[in-house]
Write a protein that binds this ligand. Sequence first.
Ligand code: BDR
Ligand code: CA
Length: 310
Amino acid sequence: TVRFVLDCDTGSDDAVAIFAGVRHPGLELVAVTTVSGNVAIEHITDNTLRALDLAGADVPVYEGAARPLVRSDLPVPRRVLNKDSDFQKHGLGLPEAVSAKREGHAVEFLRDCFMDEANADLTLVATGPLTNVALALALEPRLASRIPRLVLMGGAHGNGNVTAAAEFNFWADPEAAEAVLSAGIRDVVIVPLDATHSAPLTAADCAAFESTTVGAAAADLVRHRLETDRSAQATAAAPVHDPMCLAYLAHPDLFTEAVEAHVSVETSGARTLGELLVDTRPWRPEPANATVALRASAAVYREFLREALT
Ligand code: BDR
Ligand code: CA
């Protein structure tokens, strides 16, 4: 079993990741930390608790950063981007939560958890802006050598989804993304838009995992994405980004194309803020610091979701 902590900003695809992380027989979700991103932190934490309750999981939830690391503003107001924000502010269509968040800050929890020798095998999965992870590394720099593996959804090698250059999670807190990628964590796997868009889900996929309560809730969330995701309009297939990190934990053969690269994040470009730079030049000055997934097997991804949700 792969044990992991999930740091997320629960919107619809993070919620599907929570369902899959709780239910997949090969995975053990140890704790969830929340970070502001898709919507304000109180909605993110509420959505997270709703998703865990629906999945019947007694997993501790610690609330984290309400603001990006450096910026108090963003180059484009979030509300312009989030056509979806009403849905995300009202519980994602999930029943009200009965459980409550734990006392204590997510950043302190992450520090204590990964500094604990008993957790030397624990993977950190991040599916929101990297604010909490950056703050934990600032609080305790030794953490970089204590996190055995970081698997994150963020960035794009091709076009972004907020701007031509930037994907949402990196764009929402570019300084945090850069701090985390340059911290020296030994095993970093990036799941960018290139990978998630290579294996989008359709209405037929939803029907395939509808036979359980959790599967039906996941199917509703994916259908919502089919209706609202701009990239789904032309193709009738929607990228479901965040669960792909967990599919990789359970099926390390998920990615059919990946590169080792030196990666960094643009923190000052007028048009390129939040862009992921993937340097694969053989003569590049810096050594590789991440593996970047570029393409995923749609069959393996569907199989993972079926295993988890039915
Ligand atoms: C990422 O942005 C968020 O809206 C999704 O949950 C995902 O983590 C995709 O760009
Ligand atoms: Ca997310």
